[in-house]
Ligand binder design. Sequence first.
Ligand SMILES: [Fe+2]
Ligand SMILES: [Fe+2]
Length: 472
Amino acid sequence: MNAVATERAASTTARFFPVALDSIDSAALSMDLYIRVGTMDVPVLYRSTGVAFDDADRQRLAEQGHEFLYVPLAQHAAFRRQLASRLDHLYHNPEQRRLERMRMVRAACSRMIEDVLSFPGQPEMLEAVTDISRTFARWSHEDPELFGHLVDLSSHDYYTATHMVNVGANCGVLARALGITDPVAQAPLILGGLLHDVGKRGVPVEILNKEGKLTPDEWKILIRHPEAGAEELRAVPGVPAVVVDMAYCHHERLDGTGYPRGLLDPQISLAARICTVADVFDAISATRPYRGPIAPDKVLDMMAEGVPNHFDRDVFAAWSQIVRGMVAKDPGRAATTGDMAGRSITLRTFLPETTVVPDRGTGSDRGRPLLVGSERRRHARKSCDLMLRIQFIRQGKTDGPAGQGWVTVRAIDISPSGLQLETPWPLSRNDLLVIELAQPGGRTLFRKGRVVRVRAGGGNTWRAGVEFVTTE
Ligand SMILES: [Fe+2]
Ligand SMILES: [Fe+2]
């Protein structure tokens, strides 16, 4: 970037902040919305305050590839007020199944955390996350059972923003079980969970997702994150001390073998103990690029070995009871694709019972089934013109759509073993992504894919061959 462009980008960042499409409520706008057009650095006005915004607008923008709109920094307070209403709407929306509502709330919150990670030192971003923690605490107070459904027991992917939302929700549920029921006391614990890994911003993704042992140098970089996070949070006026403490101490162990300071049992606060259990549970449960998810009861068994050296006995007992209770009540909620601990992901055919129908975008295949489950020939490719949504789990290049939000792209052929995407930016080999596949009857299926080849298409486009990733 040349000096002028750098300066312009800096001033853009200073005047606007990005808001995820998911975080804009369907209502008359309480703030101006700006949009980025083409390669222009400065966003242009999309809709003014007072004008209506609805689901159809959100859908259309997503199809056009807009993940974010922009709000002037001066209107941040208005945005925060509407974000609270948006989250309430998603959380209580009677038209959506409970599981889907919870997924949408987690996704919207995860975008806000991504913003905190992308814009270090912007107090406005942190204030929005503080609002989220208060909303969570209020929900937990109003209906603890419903709030418990925010705990993510299903198969989910690990990357920092999602993980932080999960840990925030886990901390809220755990705090309540330990008798901290007052929303005013609970909110900082939730906030600590939402921000505990903020120091990971500086850790390269290759280290975060590395399979196997880290080298001594990589380890040195990783273990800096609690201190880096605590330092950053301490510098922001108004951040409660307990939030700083949770960021600083969530990798300490009661027997003194943790990091960064090797604290011993009496030196570790209850808040940090809560965060540790909430954190490790989500980190082990989640899918990593090198392995699938692990079922909750198996995770608890694995964690039980860490009592009492690593985890606090009472905190772990409370968490164990919560999770086992949730699974017993609703086994489907804990669905993973099987227990794959320690096994490598292999590329295999999938789609045993899948029919893919295009239901979004303007592709010429709209409404016509493209693949039906009976087609078992792995390489029976069908050309198509299908707009679908992808989300990166791991992204090698940064000159595409940076970040992990949903992006709409075109699929030009599809087979039971993968698909070919056409994109305006090059993907990289070994990028890992989640692909949203529409099913008949409005159902949606998510499949993980790995980019296996990339080549230039015509007219400034690239083509990426993606193989579905599944286990044997
Ligand atoms: Fe951490
Ligand atoms: Fe963590």
